[in-house]
Design a protein around this ligand. Sequence first.
Ligand code: RET
Length: 239
Amino acid sequence: MIEPTLLFWLGALGMAVGTVAFVWGGVSARTAYRRYYALLASISLIAAVAYAMMALEIGWVTVGDDVVFTPRYVDWILTTPLLLVFLGLLAGSDGRELGLVVVVNTVVMVLGFAAALVPGALGYGLFVVAGVVYLGLLYLLMGPMSARAGEQGAGVTSLFTSLRNLTVVLWSVYPVIWLLGPPGIGMITPTVDIMLVSYLDVLTKVGFGLIALNTSAVLEAERGQSIAEATVDGPVGAD
Ligand code: RET
């Protein structure tokens, strides 16, 4: 059997490689780009620390017959808002919209954490409430935020659409794993749960960041203007 701690170390390695790549990119990037690199690097750094803690068996809490990994939920509570802020900055969301999306997301993550800690029917009840609030988050991403992104230039709109679709599809797998895994009906074993979640976490953080940066580099080369400048100074397509 594969040891959970080995899987957590692999996750920590993936996040650490991502962090180095984002810091490296940020150092050589132009000033207008730096806040995007900084955001991506902090996201993967937080996750690298969370994975190293889980690998060291820090924050393992026993609930009934299962183990709940506290750093996993703390990582989600801290980094999912940052991923949403990244999307919001790209879309051109104002402070109010960013704040609303972050609050709704935090409610989902905190309720999901509570649901994992509380056994039995109450745990499922909290899961259902979190799931309903999550539908509200999907609405904000697909509705108001997408409408705003549509007002940007064609390049920004299409990058936003790709990253939003990646986010909506991959994020929606988490509640399914939760329900089928140890906190839910237990059809997925703890080892497979850790494998799936680690894989998804690396894709939603490092994969997301690499796609964002590669695509913006391609657009910049094509149009002679960066995404960062485009969202600050006006639409890419306005030239
Ligand atoms: C929970 C359970 C409660 C219902 C819902 C959930 C959603 C979790 C999500 C997690 C996303 C994590 C990411 C991590 C990045 O590294 C909390 C499992 C809806 C969407 C993107």
